[in-house]
Design a protein around this ligand. Structure first.
Ligand code: UD2
Length: 329
């Protein structure tokens, strides 16, 4: 069988770098592109050792960039992961949100069409659902995003599905729920709660709980997200679709906190503050469609994946000083 050739945009980011690692482990030829505005080369340290990986530093919205990549590499599929990830920044800079989260998708879809790449996998988000009351969220409910970020993801989905209908392309939009795992940047105040907690617990600093901690989220390991991407890009015979990537099992924020506190029993007490304005209380996806249409099911046990993540971010204790040797004269 021919070795799959996969082009990954946003390859040096949190999700991108794990996806690249898994594609290489599965024997694919991988071309990664990233402008390194938020992605980091250190995330590709292991991938860069592989003779099957090539990396190009570029902004994919630049003139002819995607055409050059597609004509040089001739990908079988494109996994489009680059974009503006901050919901707050998307709200503050709507034109930037449009360029990075909508226009870039149109450029990817068109480059794929022109170069005969039938399969495009797209990083969509649970944000397309907005504050929908019917949980768990199924793809059949009408999406009603409440942020420009969610709106842009929704618009991108429609552009890709339009390419499927018009040109027979296999465009697969994956609605990721709350992703956690290694390489997520904890420094931004808008990072995922688990990466913020891991950094603060490791530094011996108190964490802040917004609200009373009873809010729930459908947390998915980044290793499962990478697996969904790889299946969507490489499994033969898939049709265009939109699928949740989630576990279907909501977790309370207080139970997440408990796992951290058992790993760091000496940690200071958390601080409680008012809930963030406009935030939803509960979120959970229905994972059935991804199982039916892609053959994907989240496998990581939440507790195990969270404990592994906590251990991987635990500071390494400084080596004990060597005992002084008495000088014998
Ligand atoms: C997620 C996405 C966001 C958007 C949104 C759509 C992440 C990181 N964010 O936001 O991009 O798609 O869903 O619905 O996946 N919290 C604390 N203390 C902290 C940080 C957070 O209590 O230091 C709370 C926060 O108030 C919220 C929960 O933890 O209730 C989860 O917060 P989050 O920022 O990880 O994710 P979320 O679901 O708000």
């Amino acid at each position: 069988m021919k070795t799959p050739r996969i082009l990954v945009t946003g390859a040096a980011g949190f999700v991108g770098s794990h996806t690249v690692d898994l594609l290489l482990a599965e024997g694919c030829q991988v071309m990664g592109v990233d402008d390194l505005s938020t992605g980091r080369m250190v995330n590709l340290r292991s991938a860069s050792q592989s003779p099957h990986f090539r990396f190009v530093r570029a902004d994919i919205t630049g003139p002819a960039i995607l055409d050059d990549l597609c004509s040089g590499f001739t990908p079988d599929a494109i996994i489009h992961l680059s974009g503006l990830v901050s919901v707050v920044r998307a709200q503050e800079e709507p034109d930037l949100n449009y360029r990075l989260n909508v226009h870039s998708t149109q450029l990817v879809a068109e480059a794929a069409r022109r170069h005969g790449t039938r399969r495009v996998v797209f990083a969509s988000s649970a944000a397309v659902y907005g504050d929908h009351p019917d949980l768990p969220l199924s793809e059949s409910v009408f999406p009603h995003p409440i942020s420009l970020y969610g709106t842009a993801k929704r618009a991108s989905e429609e552009l890709l599905l339009g390419h499927a209908t018009s040109f027979g392309m296999e465009t697969i939009c994956l609605r990721y729920f709350n992703i956690f795992g290694p390489r997520q940047d904890p420094r931004s105040p808008y990072s995922g709660v688990i990466s913020i907690f891991s950094e603060r617990f490791a530094a011996g600093q108190p964490v802040t709980i917004f609200g009373d901690g009873s809010q729930t989220r459908d947390f998915v390991s980044v290793f499962d997200i990478a697996r969904a991407n790889v299946i969507a890009a490489t499994r033969p015979g898939l049709s265009a679709t939109v699928c949740n990537v989630c576990t279907g099992a909501p977790r309370r924020l207080l139970s997440v906190l408990d796992v951290f506190r058992s790993a760091y029993p000496e940690a200071p007490e958390p601080r409680f503050e008012g809930a963030r304005p406009g935030e939803i209380q509960h979120s959970c996806g229905n994972p059935e469609r991804a199982t039916d249409r892609l053959g994907f099911r989240a496998e990581a046990s939440f507790e195990t994946a969270l404990r592994d993540f906590i251990e991987s971010t635990r500071p390494v204790p400084a080596p004990a000083e060597a005992p002084m040797l008495a000088v014998v004269r």
